[in-house]
Design a protein around this ligand. Sequence first.
Ligand code: ASP
Length: 217
Amino acid sequence: KAWEVLQAGGTSLDAVEQGCMIEEANEKGQSVGKGGLPDRDGNVTLDACIMNKHGDCGSVVYMQNVTHAISVARKVMEDTPHVMLAGKGAEQFAYEQGFKKEDLLTEASKKAWEEWKIKSEYKPIINIENHDTIGMLAIDKNGDISGACTTSGLAYKMAGRVGDSPIIGSGLFVDNEIGAAVATGLGEEVVKTVGSFLVVELMRQGKSPQEACEEAI
Ligand code: ASP
């Protein structure tokens, strides 16, 4: 979808938003948007952020009942004087902007949570089987970069837990002159290193994207 937007001459900002929206709406994906695995109390809580070529950004954290967290984050960026809205405030803002209320807990995710509850073992081990935050970076025909990141966070996290994904500099950072980075993995580790900002800063110092990522990790 993002490629389609770019190929039609659209902006990188529209490309990353619309690309992320595909996975947010995909109920089969259990790590993003609708159908995401819940926290240990059974609540699906979403984190997302978006950043444009000017360094403007918007973010929602711990938001419930609204599928397209990335679009709400974009509205925060474009229509409020703030960068980040959390929890009930973010949800209320989304309804005011016309987003509809939806139950994000699908039968499949509810079943997985009920099975998890039998042992209630919380092991925040991240591998390709249990996570997959969507991060997208795009550069458009004008050479302008935008980035977006959206997730339901770690499965069975504590109520109130927020990871790296909605935090500018940790889950995402864009500098239109240097480049951009977006993260997935164990959010607590990414927050401790301000990972995406670090990668962009290492590229600013002359490192290649590969070298910058290796050093940050
Ligand atoms: N980084 C995300 C978080 O910690 C998880 C993921 O990448 O899947 O919330």
